[in-house]
Design a protein around this ligand. Structure first.
Ligand SMILES: [Zn+2]
Length: 86
């Protein structure tokens, strides 16, 4: 699970630094991660997404890629000249 050291502040667009240190055993779903904005000093809390949510997101991405592939396949490739003569 990739947790960024800093995120972009939603309010002012300045980088918000992570306050919560990474646990030795790594992040687990539901962990709360606090960020402090270097611009407006606001605090942002992020929750580590569960594996289930991650799977759903990647499934949607696969569907999207499949749609792109389908669209591409519907365009017939140009026939080589040697075969068209035959
Ligand atoms: Zn800010």
């Amino acid at each position: 699970m990739e947790i960024p050291d800093s995120i972009e502040c939603i309010d002012c667009g300045q980088p918000a630094r992570r306050l919560t240190p990474q646990p030795e055993e790594g992040w687990t779903p539901g962990d709360l991660i606090a960020y402090r904005c270097t611009g407006c000093n606001d605090r942002w809390d992020m929750v580590v997404a569960s594996a289930e949510q991650t799977d759903a997101a990647s499934a949607r991405a696969s569907e999207y890629r499949a749609a792109i592939a389908e669209r591409h396949d519907s365009i017939p490739p140009p026939a080589p000249r040697s075969e068209s003569i035959e």
